[in-house]
Design a protein around this ligand. Structure first.
Ligand code: HEM
Length: 299
């Protein structure tokens, strides 16, 4: 059964929801999102554990919490980077405009020159070029095509009206990957310190972990920006434009229900966050059941 149909009035109708949910990008998204959720939790737990240890280095529960979270970061971050690479290579096949925008590739490089890795740039939609670009030659080809001179379709190979807004995509992707690399460094540092038996005494890593507490969450939000802004101006890539998408629900109802959800969420999550931060301020109590006091010095 095809997953969509065009009705008598030329309207695009979704028919097979199973095919839509389990579309070819499903395994990549599921794996990347699950790892993101686990990492979002791990960086937060490591941050809280680090903060507790800075105040009370001997607290056995804070030691366990910190140590376990850093194990999770050390194991899950390399996996996330691997899955992210597979995800990106799949996106290159099915949504090439998104990848060209992520990379800030306005024109294809000359034959043999390869794609650079653009560390920083200010993408200029009007003049279709990057300003203030800082790039390393060929490295882009390496991770995009696993070949030092491979190239990808450039933005000028697609109709101008099909391009997404490049700057938010370009920056959000760098924030996500940059934070992923910081988490990788945090995990490796923890492994080295653990190996030397100094994990729980290295106060600098506790401070770094406090700073990186929101890293997983921020990387997650940046990833969503990459995905959702990156498929604009389409609702269904290449088939249905966002501007042409309609719903039988009146605009007013959509606005009112969105506002209601927003207010409700702000209240619930605002209160939840306030409560959580209050709870986290308290060190794990003496009466709470927890690990044995002699959780090792370094391990
Ligand atoms: C460091 C290497 C990483 C790479 C190469 C990478 C790659 C990607 C790519 C290519 C996409 C967009 C795919 C698409 O929309 O077609 C994406 C989305 C996303 N990323 Fe990453 N990512 C990395 C790290 C992370 C980290 C560390 C997190 C969070 C902890 C994260 C969370 C997300 C989320 C939540 C999405 C949107 C969900 C989705 O896949 O649809 N990513 N990532």
């Amino acid at each position: 059964m095809p997953w969509h149909a065009i009705d008598g009035q030329g309207r695009f109708i979704a028919e097979n929801w199973w095919a839509i949910v389990f579309n070819p990008s499903f395994p990549y998204r599921l794996a990347h999102m699950l790892l993101a959720a686990l990492l979002g939790t791990a960086t937060w737990v490591a941050g809280v554990g680090g903060w507790q240890l800075l105040r009370a280095p001997g607290n056995p529960r804070a030691r366990l919490q910190y140590s376990m979270a850093l194990w999770a970061i050390a194991v899950l971050t390399p996996l996330q980077i691997l899955v992210g690479d597979l995800h990106g290579r799949h996106t290159l096949q099915v949504q090439p405009i998104k990848v060209a925008a992520i990379e800030g590739t306005w024109q294809r490089p000359a034959a043999g020159a390869g794609e650079p890795l653009r560390l920083f740039a200010v993408p200029d939609m009007e003049h279709q070029r990057n300003r203030y670009e800082v790039a390393i030659p060929r490295i882009g080809s390496l991770y995009l095509t696993h070949d030092l001179s491979g190239t990808i379709a450039a933005l000028d190979e697609f109709p101008a009206q099909d391009l997404p807004p490049v700057p938010p995509l370009f920056y959000a992707f760098r924030i996500m990957v940059g934070l992923g690399l910081l988490m990788l460094a945090q995990g490796i540092a923890a492994l080295v310190l653990r190996w030397r038996g100094r994990l729980l005494r290295a106060r600098w890593l506790q401070r770094v972990s406090v700073g990186l507490a929101p890293a997983g969450f921020v990387a997650m939000l940046s990833g969503w920006v990459v995905t959702e802004v990156g498929r604009q101006p389409f609702t269904v890539y290449g088939l249905l434009r966002t501007a042409d998408s309609v719903s039988p629900v009146a605009a007013q109802t959509v606005i009112v229900s969105t506002a209601a959800i927003l207010v409700f969420y702000l209240l619930i999550f605002g209160f939840g966050l306030w409560l959580l931060l209050r709870l986290l301020r308290e060190p794990p109590g003496a009466g709470e059941s927890g690990p044995h006091p002699e959780i090792g010095e370094g391990r």
